[in-house]
Design a protein around this ligand. Sequence first.
Ligand code: NAI
Ligand code: AKG
Length: 524
Amino acid sequence: MFRVLVSDAISEEGLAPLRTSAHIDIVQQKVSEVEEQLHTFDALLVRSATKVTEELLEKMTNLKIVGRAGVGVDNIDIDAATKRGIVVINAPNGNTISAAEHTFAMMAALVRRIPQAHISVKSREWNRSAFVGNELLGKKLGVIGFGRIGSEVAKRARAFGMTVHVYDPFLTKERAEKLGVSIHSLDDVLASADIITVHTPLTKETRGLLGTENLAKTKKGVYLVNCARGGIIDEQALIPFLENGHVAGVALDVFEQEPPGDHPLLAFDNVIVTPHLGASTVEAQLNVATQVAEELLHFFEGQPVTSSINLPALSKDVYEKIQSFYHLGRKLGLIASQFMNIPVQELSVTYAGTVADLETTYITRSLLAGFLQPRVASTVNEVNAAMVAKERGITYGEKFSDETHGYANSISLTVHGENKTFTIKGTHVPNYGDRIVHFDGVAIDFAPEGHLLYIQHQDRPGMIGKVGNVLGAHDINIATMQVGRQEAGGKAMMILSLDKPVDDAVLKALTQIADIETVKRLEA
Ligand SMILES: NC(=O)C1=CN([C@@H]2O[C@H](COP(=O)(O)OP(=O)(O)OC[C@H]3O[C@@H](n4cnc5c(N)ncnc54)[C@H](O)[C@@H]3O)[C@@H](O)[C@H]2O)C=CC1
Ligand SMILES: O=C(O)CCC(=O)C(=O)O
């Protein structure tokens, strides 16, 4: 018998698949009410109220799986679960439509001033001239982040006669054309849009994406919508733009801190808000509950789960054999994704030497997960990587080669993007670690670890000194530096490992050195 603790308000109808099994015992109580029995549960099913902390996981000594009836897993300590071998699953698309519809409702309410007018009439006023709005027809909608929700918002906007301009560095031209939208640079979207809506994950790159500098690039009178994650629009930076009327209005479903308390933004009449309601519909809650309940059932029946966001269901035996290559694969994917920060269509992985005889499927999936992670909102791992790649229109394949070029083993990844192909090759040396031995056509040798800096330049005397001077002037210590070149006087590169990451000012200063062509930060 498997015991499942359902500790949040989860759609009863959605739990039906679990109730059909004679081997599953469902207990619907809060964690605090079953303190004495926590060690007896095999599964925990939550929405967002239960905080699945390391402390709770420590008490649930028999726990094998946590199911989140929703997308975001902010309330679950994934690392702590992963460390304990507890699988975490979610429902990645069950609430997409509800979140898209809520975004659209917020946008329409914003431009027609519906919440303000509602309060006015309820206060027994009848002031029609105070609530003159704008039409959506003919307006330009800027969509930043064109994944599941962004693309559904765009479909609805087109039905309203809006033109949709999209910024998403990972969106391919084919997918944009299929959905009837055009791809633009961030600056173009900022400058041209009448309304801007954000639908990215909250990452290092997107935190404060709409901050002072980018808000200043928007059209005077722009409307902004954030139903994704608090912090993508910088709340503090927004205030002066509302005060001087540059921003005509803002709709927020999410906040940097939730609940936002007595936040200064709440004092503005033209800021309309909801308490993180994007997924709060009967339908979305039924979808997400059904999805996780079915996945839990598969898990207990020993079938593979498709929406796990942490550990793959690997046997200990196989895992021990592939472990080193599994990590090398992840690093190759991660570095390649950052280097090729453009839309890509295809990944091709070639195995040679001893690694070619192992279970390469898992290694390829690990590599794929590393490649996709910088591009998507939710955690990608070996279990869900194939599904996420398919959704993004990225194909991948494995090849095997007898050509080892002197290495005992090697994994080579070729990434095909629009107008550019990139190849990276790595090897694992027992008791020494992972090495990258080929990078974009140049033989080189570096460890894929930490804060890396890639510099491509013409092979001229004195380049190392010039780079060293700029980094020294910015107080950045170089841990290691590897150089390589295609031919004397031709294309050359340096890969530096730094003690701390470089900021945009350092990148700019390096780019200004004569004969340096490209500089990129790579985190591994
Ligand atoms: N308000 C609510 O109740 C809900 C909010 N969400 C949030 O909505 C957001 C979007 O969710 P999905 O569409 O399911 O995610 P998704 O992973 O399908 O799409 C995210 C998109 O953002 C793009 N992206 C990544 N970095 C970017 C960058 N620096 N600039 C521009 N685009 C970038 C990716 O290429 C991807 O296409 C997430 O933050 C999610 O947590 C999701 C469900 C409900
Ligand atoms: O469960 C909820 O209501 C939160 C939805 C959400 O933000 C998500 O799924 O990422």
